[in-house]
Design a binder for this molecule. Structure first.
Ligand code: DC
Length: 219
């Protein structure tokens, strides 16, 4: 049986970075579920179907076309540039389509199958609550919203995206509200999740805390 570690939390909390480092350390498959919703949102936009009723059907067909390979993301065989995938605009679009139960249902099995029988770390909003409720180890990372906006700001600046910190604070809090309050699979810690407040912690300090709990599974 494969070992599954879940890392959930709000935008800008650093779960993607921690998941990536954990995957490298223990040679795990890494499911970046935020990227799945982002790819789906971009595809729907490209089809000009953002508000159309066929949206769920498109998600159903489209999920066959995602591919994550060597840290790159493909949609129907075409590589999606990292800047486009990670932009705040795409994040907002992903958060908007992610409230739709049929879209979530269409993507559920794809995510569960990800990585086949290999050990997995999965990061997102509902990894521990809905997608992998039986995961062996669950974490929920949280941090003050202002700190998260600052982290995202630094990240986006590095990617060459020109955003103001004030605008980002607004966008992050809007996305938080939507992700936490939606009816289907809202962002919340699983009952058995280990909650880590990362407000005053460096990435390495968070990784150390996570590794401490993972050792029993991988050593
Ligand atoms: O983790 P991220 O910032 O890349 O996620 C972008 C959006 O996708 C997020 O605001 C809500 C949605 N999402 C989701 O609903 N469920 C997940 N498991 C992951 C992301």
């Amino acid at each position: 049986m494969r070992t599954i570690i879940t890392l959930d939390g709000p935008g800008g909390v650093g779960k993607g970075t921690v998941a990536k480092l954990l995957a490298e350390k223990y040679n795990l498959q890494h499911l970046d579920s935020g990227a799945v919703y982002r790819l789906c949102a971009l595809h729907l936009q490209d089809c000009l179907l953002f508000d159309a009723s066929e949206l769920e059907q498109v998600a159903e067909v489209f999920k066959m076309k995602f591919e994550f390979k060597n840290g790159k993301f493909f949609s129907a065989g075409v590589e999606i540039p990292e800047e486009r995938l990670r932009s705040e605009f795409t994040a907002q679009a992903a958060s908007q389509i992610a409230v739709k139960p049929k879209i979530r249902a269409a993507l559920l099995q794809w995510q569960r199958n990800y990585g086949g029988e290999e050990n997995l770390v999965a990061d997102g909003r509902d990894m521990g609550t809905v997608v992998f409720p039986d995961a062996q180890l669950k974490f929920f990372l949280d941090a003050d919203a202002k700190i998260r906006a600052k982290r995202r700001f630094e990240q986006l600046k590095k990617q060459g995206e020109n955003v103001s910190l004030a605008a980002l604070e607004r966008e992050i809090s809007e996305r938080d509200k939507r992700d936490r309050n939606r009816e289907t699979a809202p962002l919340k810690p699983a009952a058995d999740a280990i909650v880590i407040d990362t407000t005053d912690l460096s990435v390495n300090a968070v990784l150390d805390k996570v590794v401490e709990r993972c050792q029993v599974f991988f050593n």
